[in-house]
Structure formats: structure tokens, C-alpha cells
Design a protein around this ligand. Structure first.
Ligand code: ASN
Length: 656
């Protein structure tokens, strides 16, 4: 597959599209697969750079404005959503049509806003979702179209790796991601991506439709626009599926209908959000990564995995052939709560031999609802021969998890088996789940206020908890924070200024609380009403340990390069070495300039701050940058009569 940006012709492929015969683990080179057409707003995608080189600031002449914006990358892989009927009257994907056509749909693209924002006639400019009542941000979206567009039945694990890698490569430049995909294998892709995208901190939504978006009657428009709204406005750090007014956890889904517009279900977990007149997210259900680690991607999948559905009188030869090498992982789809014919010693022996050979066999039920459990003798025999319980995982999740876990070459077999039974991304219900004292506290307050409906209780919780958590954070009281969590509070909840407990903890400089919140999965990416992230709070208070902790968790600075340049110049004019160090630790390029082209080096040279010059020089690629007056930092040092600084910056001396 190769890709086009916003529908333009571009044959820049990864060459990983036809792996049907491949049985080796898939490994993609980590490289930028396509040029970003949001480049007026967003710098080109980085390769894996040193922290000093990494930056996420906008280039170019942004128009100053009050409207808050969110950037969403759309990866269009194919599926009915973009199909049209061909001359043989069957649906087939049409290359380069989607973006061209939706540019003309006023309820999917706001041309007037786009012209004001990016200039008239900018055919490669990002698309813009029209204003949505009640949502904080305007969603700007850029579409990457894959070539060839695929019916999802033709997709392979290589395509999963392709999507995962594209998200990884552009992760810092977007607030969220939407993948347009055919519905037939959508649950497999969603499950696989949930494992491959490790320590995910942003919203990834996969959607598609049952009827093409170009037809008069279509579910494609609603699914697509709702996915964009959620990806741009809500931080739900999971791989989700949006379909038929519901946001579902991707690795819990199954396609349940080939003709209903409500085609997906997540039988064992309620929807994460419903879209009605409003978007109602149930934040208590969101699965958050609870390790302090940066987002990364695991592209190595093992294709030697399979689904073996037991049926009455299954033959030994079928069974044996299925388990034979090179098979390395099998999802055994058993009856009911995990039962197989225990009177078939031939099959049980075969499972035992395969397990002893190192094949990981995971027991999942054929029932759409419920879990495998060791309650019948017919199930117990499986545990005894080394078959692992898959609890309530869907076959799609179990299969893709096997491909992921077996692809982790650094994990020994025992660790792999352990991981298959562990809840990695919310894909299974651990039997050891704790019973929370949900809402006791809120109930007490509700009773005294004579409130009773679930909506009123939810509303009360949403109002009370952020304030109470903030009070606990301000007091530095971890025990209180834990108690509130046990009462059902969402530690990632935000107040009316959209600020989270993490914003406050960073501002207050309490490293211990910051670490505690991160370990409890609080997102580093939530922006408050003023567009500030927790990392910006830590920079503003020059807390280097917190900055480093946030960075190790995948935080990055956002905002225009000019604005950051101004901040750097302001720090230099105050002689604040510590602030420059804060920006450097936060991944900022110290050579960014303010709107008049001056860098912090110019300003430090003018004011005679030699210590700052010494600090900055190793980080500056070009020390002879000219500002709008055509002056370099060296010129400023001369004009400020700072001879020793001029000596350090003298171009003639540097070239000696
Ligand atoms: N066959 C199509 C696909 O999976 C079905 C759809 O998208 N509704 O690509």
C-alpha cells in the first residue's frame, strides 16, 4: 500500500502490502511514510530524533484567532464508506474521490472557514469540520488515503502495522486519529491496534459504514463526523470503534450484523460513549495506561496464529493439522463457559502435546456473551493440559493479542502466557476485579439535596469530584486522592476551565503527586481552556524533575513556533537560564525565533548574558541566523558592547 495526502497523487509506498505468503514476524522500518499536507500548520513529521531535535510547534504564518482548534489525522484505508457502484453494479473503492467530494459537502467541510484560515484556493489545505454546537474545538482534519484502497476482507496484518506506524510517525502533530476502514474485519484491526499502540495517550477511532458516504441514505456521514468530533474534542486514550451512535472499546467489539446500521456490539463491556443530542462519555469506563512510559508502537506480529472452533465430532486429523508447526498460538473456541468434549482423549492429548511444544493455546467461549470459567469438568481438563483461560475476550481480540504477544521476541514463553491472561488494554475482565464503593459519597450528598435520578447523580459527581480531587492535590494528600478514586471519581476529570488534577499538581510542583496521577493513568495531553497542557505548567514553574517525568510519559509542547520563540526571547531578556533549560528539557528547539526573527541567542547577546550564550551554543544548529533587520546575534553583542560574547559568536573565529 502507498498513500496519498488529501487525495493528491503520491506513490510513496512502504511496500508492505502483500504479505499473504509471509509466515515470518512482520517488521516495518520506522520511517515517515508520507509528507504532511498540514505543513502550513504543522512541521514535517520527524524521524526518530534526539529529544533536543523533537519539537511540536507550528511553522508558518498562523492567523491569530480566538477559535480553539483541534487537529485530527484521518487514515483512509478503504471500505464501503468510500465505495461507489461500478459498471458491473457492485460496490468498489474509488481512489482519490473521497476528499475531492467531501470538500464540496458543506456539512462535512466548512470551505469559508478554510479559506479564511488557509487562504483561497488552497486545494491541499486541511479540511475543516463545520462548527458543532456544544463542542469546544473546531476540528481541522487531514486525510491520508492509502493506495490501493481495500475492502477490509483483503486486509492483512501488514496493513495493521502500516496504520500503527502512520499513527506513530505523526503522533505528536495531531490531537486524535480517525481510521476509515471496511466493517468486515474492523474488529480485528481495532483489536490489533489496541495492542500495537503501547501507552497510548490520545484518541484513536476506527469507523466505516454500511452504506457509502456518497449515497443519499448513508450512515457514513454520521459515523465519520461523530468520530472526528470525538477524536478532536475528547481525550479517550483507547483504540475505539464508532458505529451507530456508540463509541465502543475496539478490542471488545464484534461485527454483529451485515445489514443493520447498528453493526457493532461490545457484548461484555458497555459503550464508552453514546452520541445523541450530546456526546455522553462514561469516563469511569475508560481504560488508561498506568505506567509512566512514552507512547510507542510494536510492529512485530506473528502470523502463525489461528482460530480453532470446536464442534461436535470434530475429527482428530483436522485438529492435529491445525495445531501442527508452524502454528505458535491458537484460540480454542470452546462451548459455553469453556467446555470441550472431555471424553475425547485423542483431542485432549493433542492439545497437551501442542502445549508442551510451546504452542500457546487460549480458551475462549463461542458464546458472544460471558466468560470461560473453571466450573465444569469438561472445562477443567483444558486447564490441566496447559490451555490458558481467555476469560471474556472476543475471538478477534484473542487472536490479535496472540499475534502481538508471540511477536514480542524479548518475552520468554512463560511471560507470553502470563500476558495472555492479563488485562493489557481492557480486553478482558480480570476475575480479581475490585468492588468499588461506587458513589457512596455522592449518594450521601445527593440524599441531602433530594436528588435521585442517575443523570442527577452523574452530574453531581462530575461537579463535586474535580473540586475534591483538586483540594486533595493542593494538600498533597495521596490517601485522600485514592479514597476519592475508590468512591468512583475519575482522576482525569476536568473542572470548568478544563483543567485536570495533573495541571494543578504540575503547577504546584509536587513531584510525588504528579507521579501518582500518572501511575493512575491521568492523561498528559489534556489542554485547558487556555490551551495549556500540564507540561506547560511545569515549564512555567521550572520544575525540571516534573518536566522530565512528563516527557518520559509522552508529553510534548504544543503551540505555534512563533509563540514559543517569544517565550524563549523573554526568558533570555530576563537572563533566565533555568527557563531556557526547562524549554530544552521539554523538547523545544532553542533556535526558534520570535515574530521579528530574533532568537534567544540574539537577546542574550544584546543583554550581555554570557552564561546563557555558553548554555545555548551547543544546541544551536545555526548561530548566524539573521532577524528582520538583518542582524545576527554577533551583531547584537557588538552593539551591546559585550566584547567577550562577541568573541564567542564571531563568525570569523568560529571558522578558524
Ligand atoms: N466489505 C466491506 C468492507 O469490509 C463492508 C463494509 O465496509 N461495510 O470493506
Amino acid at each position: 500500500m502507498s498513500s496519498n495526502e488529501n487525495g493528491s497523487a503520491n506513490a510513496n509506498g512502504n511496500g508492505n502490502g502483500n504479505g499473504n505468503e509471509c509466515s515470518a514476524p512482520i517488521s516495518l522500518p520506522l520511517k515517515v511514510s508520507s509528507q504532511c499536507s498540514l505543513e502550513k500548520v504543522i512541521p514535517p513529521s520527524p524521524t526518530l530524533q534526539s529529544p533536543a531535535m523533537r519539537r511540536n510547534v507550528s511553522e508558518g504564518n498562523l492567523i491569530a484567532q480566538d477559535v480553539k482548534e483541534a487537529r485530527v489525522r484521518v487514515i483512509y484505508t478503504g471500505g464501503t464508506i468510500g465505495m461507489m457502484r461500478n459498471d458491473r453494479n457492485v460496490l468498489a473503492p474509488i481512489p482519490n474521490a473521497l476528499v475531492r467530494i467531501i470538500r464540496k459537502y458543506p456539512n462535512i467541510h466548512d470551505e469559508e472557514y478554510a479559506e479564511r484560515r488557509f487562504g483561497a484556493g488552497a486545494s491541499m489545505a486541511p479540511l475543516v469540520l463545520p462548527y458543532v454546537q456544544g463542542e469546544a474545538r473546531r476540528v481541522l482534519y487531514q486525510v491520508t488515503e492509502y493506495t490501493p484502497l481495500l475492502d477490509s476482507s483483503n486486509m492483512t496484518m501488514h496493513d495493521w502495522a502500516r496504520i500503527a506506524n502512520d499513527i506513530y510517525q505523526s503522533y505528536e502533530f495531531f490531537d486524535g486519529f480517525v481510521v476509515l476502514h471496511g466493517t468486515d474485519t474492523l474488529s480485528y484491526t481495532a483489536s490489533a491496534l489496541s495492542f500495537m499502540l503501547e501507552n497510548l495517550g490520545k484518541t484513536v477511532i476506527i469507523t466505516g459504514s454500511q452504506l457509502p458516504i456518497f449515497e443519499t441514505r448513508t450512515d457514513g456521514k454520521d459515523n465519520f463526523t461523530s468520530a472526528l468530533i470525538i477524536a478532536g474534542n475528547y481525550v479517550i486514550p483507547e483504540v475505539c470503534i464508532f458505529f451507530g451512535n456508540k463509541l465502543l472499546r475496539g478490542n471488545r467489539t464484534v461485527k454483529v450484523s451485515s445489514n443493520s446500521l447498528d453493526a457493532f456490539n461490545s457484548p461484555n463491556v458497555p459503550p464508552l460513549a453514546h452520541i445523541g443530542i450530546n456526546v455522553n462519555v462514561d469516563y469511569r469506563l475508560i481504560f488508561r495506561p498506568c505506567s509512566v512510559e512514552r507512547f510507542c508502537v510494536h510492529l512485530q506480529l506473528d502470523e502463525n496464529v489461528g482460530l480453532l472452533r470446536i464442534f461436535p465430532s470434530i475429527s482428530l486429523s483436522t485438529f492435529r493439522a491445525f495445531l501442527a508447526p508452524p502454528m505458535r498460538g491458537v484460540v480454542l473456541q470452546s462451548f459455553g463457559s469453556g467446555n470441550v468434549p472431555s471424553n475425547r482423549k485423542d483431542l485432549i492429548d493433542e492439545l497437551k502435546t501442542a502445549s508442551e511444544r510451546g504452542v500457546i493455546i487460549i480458551n475462549c467461549t463461542q458464546c458472544p456473551n460471558g466468560s470461560v470459567a473453571e466450573i465444569y469438568h469438561t472445562g477443567k481438563v483444558l486447564f490441566d493440559v496447559g490451555v490458558i483461560p481467555g476469560y471474556d475476550m472476543t475471538p478477534e481480540a484473542a487472536l490479535s493479542k496472540l499475534a502481538y504477544v508471540i511477536g514480542k521476541e524479548e518475552w520468554p514463553l512463560e511471560v507470553k502466557k502470563q500476558m495472555m491472561q492479563s488485562n493489557l488494554r481492557g480486553e478482558l475482565t480480570s476475575t480479581a476485579a475490585l468492588k468499588m464503593e461506587d458513589y457512596d459519597l455522592v449518594d450521601a450528598v445527593a440524599r441531602s439535596l433530594h436528588l435521585s435520578s442517575p443523570q442527577e447523580l452523574d452530574q453531581l459527581g462530575a461537579t463535586l469530584f474535580p473540586a475534591m480531587i483538586n483540594a486533595a492535590v493542593a494538600e498533597g494528600d495521596i490517601k485522600k486522592i485514592n479514597n476519592l478514586k475508590a468512591y468512583g471519581a475519575d482522576l482525569s476529570g476536568s473542572n470548568h476551565d478544563h483543567r485536570t488534577a495533573l495541571h494543578l499538581a504540575c503547577q504546584m510542583g509536587n513531584l510525588q503527586i504528579v507521579r501518582h496521577l500518572l501511575h493512575n493513568g491521568v492523561s498528559v495531553h489534556i489542554r485547558d481552556r487556555y490551551d495549556r497542557t500540564p507540561l506547560q505548567e511545569a515549564v512555567s514553574t521550572d520544575n525540571h524533575e516534573i518536566i522530565q517525568l512528563l516527557i518520559s510519559c509522552g508529553a510534548h509542547l504544543t503551540g505555534s513556533s512563533r509563540a514559543v520563540g517569544e517565550q524563549l526571547c523573554a526568558a533570555a531578556s530576563r537572563g533566565s537560564l533555568r527557563r531556557l533549560q526547562s524549554y530544552q528539557l521539554a523538547g523545544t528547539d532553542l533556535s526558534l525565533s520570535d515574530p521579528s526573527g530574533r532568537t534567544a541567542l540574539h537577546v542574550a547577546a544584546l543583554h550581555g548574558f554570557e552564561e546563557l550564550i555558553h548554555y545555548m551554543l551547543p544546541y544551536m544548529e545555526n548561530t548566524d541566523k539573521k532577524d528582520m533587520l538583518g542582524l545576527t546575534a554577533y551583531d547584537y553583542a557588538l552593539r551591546g558592547s559585550h566584547a567577550s560574547i562577541a568573541d564567542l559568536l564571531n563568525p570569523a573565529k568560529k571558522n578558524e
